[in-house]
Design a protein around this ligand. Structure first.
Ligand code: ATP
Ligand code: MG
Length: 326
């Protein structure tokens, strides 16, 4: 069966690393049709719109989307795109790789971040001069959906350890509901899990990341804890992510458009290629996804490496080396 993949390179190094990921997807044994769309600063300058309707439709109609990065217009592009694919889960693996420098070389954690509510509900108000409020929304449905997704993800990906992050001792109603619901879901799975107060968890993650596998989080906590873990494993050029919905998904590197190095051909394509591996997993090409990850690991260990990892190779050299190993 042919899958249609929307490809949206966007701005800056998005233009360089997205073709690298497409090269890799073309090298594996899978049947894909790629359809390309514009989004970001450049298309806004031309047309006045950061996310043209044609691009939005491409993402809506495709089986999955690969997105590079957008510059100034990032929020105008990625938030609606996440909406288009109906994404409720943000999956962010943070792994250290053999042979690469990392603050914590024994890290292999996947953050499952609730992607629709919490303090990012968007419900803010100025209720008086100098007084502003924010409404933190937690629903049982969204909590159940993210918990089920997280425990299932742990099972399917061989993690025997799940942690539910919360702050229910203070936010008794909202995180109380999140925690209660996640525990109910956790009890129905045959898997070990713990619950952890998110502040203490932040400290513990830095000191003992090896003790964690899958971490299920409310929105803001997932945003912050996953960035913290990114710092442990050595750099933005390595971190992929997935925004997963009911029957659509979008895959993007954690990094942005990196204007400081754009156009030089030296961006590290690993984060984008690893995002493509997550796309393969999502479309049930598990063996191919594993092969891509192993090829990237091999190149990270043996080179060639881009300058952010201390090498002097270009994006194309690294991509060619990955394709070669495949
Ligand atoms: P944006 O506003 O689009 O996020 P930014 O200036 O914040 O742009 P990021 O893309 O977030 O840039 O990158 C932050 C830093 O990390 C930059 O110095 C950038 O060069 C570096 N960086 C990010 N991604 C990569 C990559 N794939 N390869 C090499 N360096 C990278
Ligand atoms: Mg940035």
């Amino acid at each position: 069966m042919t899958h249609e993949i929307a490809v949206i390179p966007g701005d800056g190094i998005g233009q360089e690393v997205t073709p690298a990921a497409v090269d890799v997807l073309e090298a594996v044994d899978a049947d894909f049709d790629f359809v390309e769309g514009d989004a970001g600063d450049a298309v806004k300058a031309e047309t006045g719109e950061a996310l043209p309707a044609e691009t939005r439709d491409l993402a809506a109609d495709a089986d999955a989307t690969l997105f590079g990065a957008a510059g100034e217009t990032a929020a105008d592009v990625i938030l609606p795109l996440r909406d288009v694919v109906g994404s409720f889960a943000n999956v962010r693996p943070a792994r250290s790789y053999p042979g690469l420098d990392a603050v914590q070389p024994d890290t292999d954690i996947v953050f499952i971040r609730e992607n629709t509510e919490g303090v990012y509900s968007g419900i803010e108000a100025e209720i008086d001069d100098g007084v502003r409020t924010l409404t933190r929304v937690i629903t049982e449905d969204a909590s159940r959906e993210i918990a089920e997704f997280g425990f299932k993800y742990a099972k399917q990906n061989g993690f025997d350890d799940v942690t539910v992050a919360h702050k229910a001792n203070v936010m008794r109603e909202t995180d109380g509901l999140f925690l209660e619901t996640a525990q109910e879901v956790g009890d129905s799975f045959d898997i070990d899990y713990d619950t952890a107060l998110m502040d203490a968890l932040a400290m513990h993650l830095v000191m003992h990341p090896g003790e964690y596998g899958v971490v299920i989080c409310p929105n803001l906590a997932g945003d912050m804890l996953s960035d913290l873990a990114a710092g442990l494993v050595g750099g933005l050029g390595l971190l992929p992510s997935a925004n997963v919905g009911e029957d659509n998904a979008l895959f993007e590197p954690v990094h942005g458009s990196a204007p400081d190095i754009a156009g030089q051909g030296i961006a590290n394509p690993s984060a984008m290629i690893l995002s493509a591996a997550m796309l393969l997993d999502h479309l049930d090409y598990g063996d191919e996804a594993t092969a891509v990850r192993e090829a990237v690991e091999g190149v990270l260990a043996d080179g060639p490496r881009t300058p952010d990892l201390g090498g002097d190779a270009g994006t194309d050299d690294v991509t060619a080396a990955v394709v070669d190993r495949l």
